[in-house]
Design a protein around this ligand. Structure first.
Ligand SMILES: [Zn+2]
Length: 93
């Protein structure tokens, strides 16, 4: 194998262990919820979800789960607000 390519593969392995190097600017995903699938979006630090809970509250279990999974790869804006809500819920449970 070409030595340049080997170097890139090694670098990729190191990078893969440092997810905080990556910040999502946008994303769109299908979340397989308990009852049905939901489309989740992130754009310019703002989340969206097509479930009815999100419509009323501005966050939901789907978005909160995404925030937990992607924490190191989210901007502070994308982590804010809704995570504060989640920690309140943790304190209550
Ligand atoms: Zn939702």
């Amino acid at each position: 194998m070409h030595s340049d390519l080997i170097g890139k593969i090694e670098k990729a392995r190191r990078y893969a262990e440092e997810p905080e190097r990556i910040k999502f600017d946008e994303l769109r995903a299908t979340f397989h919820g308990g009852n049905s699938d939901h489309v989740i979006t992130l754009k310019e630090g703002h989340w969206g979800c097509d479930c009815s809970f999100f419509h009323s509250w501005g966050t939901c279990a789907h978005v909160m789960a995404m925030q937990r999974i992607l924490t190191p790869m989210l901007t502070s804006e994308a982590l804010q607000a809704d995570l504060a809500l989640a920690s309140t819920a943790d304190a209550l449970s």
